[in-house]
Design a protein around this ligand. Structure first.
Ligand code: HEC
Ligand code: HEC
Ligand code: HEC
Ligand code: HEC
Ligand code: HEC
Ligand code: HEC
Length: 341
């Protein structure tokens, strides 16, 4: 009996010792972003290259692309939310009107040149003192069920912030940002953000363009291209900004952009960001490549019709309940600390 108890105590002490020695290592592992759950994880940074520290590439502007692509892409592009994310302000928009109708904010309304955001949340911008910079107004506008013109928030001490857009927003709402100056090359999102800079000879060989249907772009490349903006909550290692540093289509985003793709991080997000994170996790951590954003989204048609014809996979349960008919959808909670709404 006695020796058994002793052995038992010894055993416990040894376990305690081993635990004390390995706990810090375990804790480190748990903290080190991705390895949170015990699934065998790939190293997302293991392939490809990036443009960190290189100069921002010159690229053909969307107007030039549309000169040739006016029949296939031209008709729908003016309504595409990517192209519209920053647009010239119009006096008739609900957001501008509510700013104009507020006695204390009218002087700010007169200065507004651009609107940011095409959905239920919008912000106001004007030209900065420097080329390639925009000033962001602290006041925010949101659609409201109760008032037709929407509601303004953060109205106390309104001010134009000259640095906020450049350091916190530009990488995902403008095109080709030089992080050393936080200057962008084009307001709003141009073809370059998704297609890169196609060579002239792509007219002969369509598969030379990233995301061309003729190319069969590998799943991990799609994840990097769309993920550069849709993985909200990540951070560039080199710049510290909440957006990717000089990402060019074809690069591996995850060499410099750090983002928490653990199951826990996904659970904390609503379906809108959650399904994006879950899809990226499948591809870049688990090596499951059967689905990308493009399996469900048609970017130029702005349609998800094709998703209704798919077989069930785990991704479906981000938005539908397993045991419910598909006509039921989990409510989408539209919040994003990155975008300040
Ligand atoms: C001089 C005319 C011209 C210009 C400028 C041009 N393209 Fe093209 N592009 C073509 C032609 C021709 C093709 C091959 C025919 C096709 O499939 O549409 C093509 C093919 C493509 C494809 C693949 C189409 C497919 O069906 O697989 C993409 C994507 C594309 N271009 C994007 C762009 C982008 C982005 C720009 C601007 C950076 C651009 N193109 C500029 C003429 C042009
Ligand atoms: C450079 C940043 C950027 C990239 C790259 C990007 N997006 Fe977006 N996307 C945005 C922004 C910003 C919005 C919201 C625009 C707004 O409402 O102001 C958006 C909106 C959307 C929407 C909702 C609107 C709609 O069209 O139905 C979908 C879906 C979407 N993106 C899918 C994609 C996919 C798929 C890719 C990759 C092929 C991609 N995006 C690449 C920034 C980006
Ligand atoms: C990492 C990329 C990223 C950064 C950084 C970023 N955004 Fe966004 N933003 C997005 C994407 C992606 C969407 C579209 C999300 C969707 O529709 O689900 C979006 C949407 C928006 C919208 C429209 C929301 C709606 O549905 O009505 C506003 C407004 C916005 N962002 C403001 C900002 C502001 C202000 C900043 C800087 C403080 C900022 N964003 C920084 C990626 C980003
Ligand atoms: C947000 C990412 C994104 C942006 C921005 C974007 N594209 Fe595309 N483009 C795609 C994707 C993804 C495809 C593949 C087909 C699809 O899913 O719609 C595509 C397909 C194409 C095609 C092939 C024809 C087709 O309809 O499939 C052409 C041509 C093209 N894009 C040109 C352009 C031009 C020109 C611009 C700028 C005016 C542009 N794209 C901006 C993502 C983008
Ligand atoms: C299994 C299909 C599927 C996949 C894969 C998928 N999506 Fe979606 N996504 C949808 C559907 C369906 C919606 C809802 C559209 C609606 O509300 O009508 C949606 C909505 C969105 C929205 C708008 C969210 C909102 O309401 O503001 C964005 C942005 C988006 N997806 C981006 C992406 C990106 C980026 C990827 C790839 C990393 C991706 N999606 C992968 C099916 C998918
Ligand atoms: C990002 C959220 C999202 C994801 C992920 C998603 N769905 Fe959906 N789904 C929706 C929304 C929103 C609708 C309703 C939109 C509409 O009718 O256009 C819908 C509608 C449907 C419908 C039509 C239901 C009806 O009766 O009208 C089917 C079928 C469907 N989804 C299947 C799937 C399957 C299968 C998957 C997984 C492969 C999936 N969905 C993943 C959001 C999502």
């Amino acid at each position: 009996m006695k020796s058994l108890q002793q052995a038992d105590r010894m055993f416990h002490r040894r376990v305690a010792l081993i635990a004390r020695m390995t706990l810090p290592v375990l804790a480190l592992l748990v903290c080190s972003v991705l390895a949170e759950d015990a699934t065998p994880a790939l190293d997302p940074a293991a392939w490809g290259s990036d443009h960190v520290g290189k100069s921002v590439p010159e690229f053909v502007s969307g107007d030039q692309c549309l000169f040739c692509h006016r029949k296939d892409i031209g008709p729908a592009w003016p309504q595409n939310r990517h192209g519209l994310t920053v647009r010239v302000a119009s006096r008739n928009s609900d957001a501008e009107r509510s700013l104009n109708e507020d006695d204390e904010l009218r002087e700010y309304a007169n200065a507004v040149e651009y609107l940011l955001g095409t959905g239920n949340h919008q912000r106001f911008l004007k030209h900065g003192n420097e080329y390639g910079h925009l000033d962001l107004l602290s006041v925010k506008w949101s659609q409201s069920r109760n008032s037709k013109s929407g509601i303004l928030t953060d109205k106390k001490s309104p001010n134009w912030n000259p640095t906020r857009f450049g350091e916190a927003c530009a990488g995902c709402h403008a095109t080709a940002v030089d992080v050393s100056t936080e200057q962008f090359t084009a307001t709003s999102l141009d073809c370059f953000v998704c297609h890169g800079d196609p060579p002239d000879s792509h007219t002969e060989n369509a598969s030379m363009v990233h995301l061309s249907p003729a190319r069969e772009t590998p799943a991990r490349e799609v994840m990097s291209i769309c993920g550069q903006c849709h993985l909200r909550g990540g951070r560039s290692k080199s710049s510290g900004n909440p957006y990717a540093n000089n990402f060019v289509a074809g690069d591996n985003l995850f060499r410099d952009f750090q983002v928490n793709l653990s199951e826990q991080s996904i659970r904390q997000r609503g379906p809108a960001d959650g399904h994006v994170f879950a899809n990226v996790r499948e591809v870049v951590l688990l090596g499951v490549e059967k689905m990308t954003c493009l399996t469900c989204h048609s970017v130029h048609q702005q349609s998800t019709e094709q998703h209704k014809t798919l077989n069930d996979t785990n991704l479906c349960w981000q938005c539908h309940e397993k045991d419910d008919p598909k006509s039921l959808i989990k409510s989408v909670d539209h919040h994003s600390p990155t975008c300040e709404y």
